[in-house]
Write a protein that binds this ligand. Sequence first.
Ligand code: SFD
Ligand code: AMP
Length: 656
Amino acid sequence: MEPKVNNWEFCEKPEIVVHETDLLLIGGGMACCGAAYEADRWATPEGLRVTMVDKAATDRSGAVAMGLSAINTYLGENSTEDYVRYVRNDLMGITREDLTFDLGRVVDDSVYLFEDWGLPIWKKDKEGKSVDGARAQREEMPSLRDGGTPVRSGRWQIMINGESYKVIVAEAAKLALENNRKATGVDQNHFERVFIVKLMLDKDDPKKVAGAVGFSVREHKVYIFKCKTALLGTGGCVNIFKTRSTAEGQGRAWFPVWNSGSNYAMAAESGAEMTMMENRFVPARFKDGYGPVGAWFLLFKAKATNALGEDYCATNLEESRKLYGKYVDSLGTCMRNHMMMIDMKAGKGPIKIHTDVALQTLSETMSKKEIKHLEAEAWEDFLDMTIAQAGVWAANNMEPEKVPSELMPSEPYLLGSHAGCAGLWTSGPEDFGPDEYSWGYNRMTTINGLFTAGDGVGASGHKFSSGSHAEGRIAGKSMTSYFLDTKGEDVGYGEDHEELAKEIYMPMETFGKFSGYTTDPDINPHYIRPAMMQQRLQKVMDEYVGGVGTWYMTSKTMLEEGFKYLVMIKEDALHMSAENLHELLRAWENFHRILAGEAHARHIHFREETRYPGYYYRGDFLAIDDENWKCFVNSTYDKETGEWDVFKREYHQLVP
Ligand code: SFD
Ligand code: AMP
């Protein structure tokens, strides 16, 4: 097919806005809000300009958009070493322990800040009774910083009334940006609804970042940011696999559908080293609404069984030990999934979580008023975080105190902050870990000046909302050091602004030029619409890279067949069309999803074992193989040739 060209004949040429800054924060989620807060503390006094650009409205953007009902990483009385052991166990023995240790020693300070900024955190009163966050605030119970006792659901998790969690964290970030704006005299340093699609590198040194480009999803504007250092804080990747939700429900997922793998795709295209991109997270969730299970298992002490009433984690333990040995004992997240899937595949489903039994048991020692409050908390757990699950209960006339709910493993997501560890290979702290893990600036990638945090940092999961914020703070401070240390060195990209705008708006020119060729603009031999391209990608990933359609099974032969389609999908993506700015957003999300999906598949193809049973299986290497594969799998991508170089990196155990 003829390559598409853009001469602005069929779509309006956008205005090109150029913004120069020093520290650019790409994203407005937990990581970038942490970075904005911390960068203001260190960069503003030095007169450095800080800018945030977010794809959405920062108050309600990213994974915490709907709020959360718990903070899953708060160490409190736990040691940092134990945190490293917990993360290592849950991620099947391979993590960058320097990054996890470094995060563990600072994360609680972010939680103290959240409480200072108004986040209602549940507390234990003098009798040891739970008091929800709003009442604890009203009764001025001691803050965590002042020794207050949180209500723990699990060893690492604390309960919150978190519907407005993101609004609270975003407000602090925006105040920090405003303080910086005033101090540095710039007109604007917070851009919302601007989707960044490409990083730009220094024209003389392709191992150095020099800027980023994107477009407004509301106005005909292309934004070009010139910067010396940038933070990629754009979250994880959702909707690369066929989803369990279908048709009218398509779009319902657990992780946010608007996080489209930009972190991984833009970094890969810049040549940054990736790590553990074979890892994924397959969360067990309340069926159809994708409601999380943590609070139910940990706070409400609910049990999950197969349809025969058996605890599948007990009945399948020894069977699982045959392939996964000692790894079954810590019953990590993927292992719990694995044992559930054994029963589901054996027809012992549906799997049910017994919310009714849990609430009835808890209410045995409670007053009527306390029971009413408990039932409200049961609903609030989802109303604070995954509203649709409360919707599914209501729509199905289900009262959790009366009937159990069905659980289902969802489609896979790529992320680095939750119970997964895909992402970029970054420098760790100077004071903890082997030399090869640190190259100057904490959380800097292998591209100088390019940093990442949260879902962007690979090989160090279980950071969650609080850890992503704290990691953003670490990066914000390091970016300031990097800028000051490289003050005399100029950077500048070579890209032409007009050519960048043409490339970005190509799908709109394509639609304008060819949509009249057929009677139905959806059916056209000259282009493919983004929604269809997404469906194609999801189908190929599902069938060849271990989606729900194959019970997460794949192999060398399946992957190699899949690669043929992925290469064609990359070619065909150049012929996507976009009728409006929303479809242009969808088109560029696909470009990012396709590359993130390919990275995932290339890494799974390289790692010849099944390290994460319950997340995915290599049918040709079903067992865990510590002898050959207790190591990191890293890669770099060459966007000119489309070639991936995938290789091993040594794992060092730092905490006994
Ligand atoms: O219940 C671009 N998470 C939970 N963490 C907890 O601490 N407690 C919980 O209770 C958690 N639960 C939970 C969680 C997530 C979700 C979706 C649900 C339930 C339903 C995990 C945390 O939320 C997660 O770890 C962090 O938020 C990750 O932070 P970060 O910063 O890595 O990602 P982000 O917050 O999603 O922000 C991404 C930002 O980037 C923007 N963006 N901007 C410009 N250009 C682009 N190309 C962009 N692409 C994305 C987004 O707009 C956003 O601002 S439970 O499951 O455990
Ligand atoms: P989730 O709701 O699945 O996202 O999990 C939230 C938190 O609870 C994470 O820290 C999980 O590791 C933890 N968690 C979830 N289910 C269990 C379980 N069955 N046992 C122990 N921890 C769990």
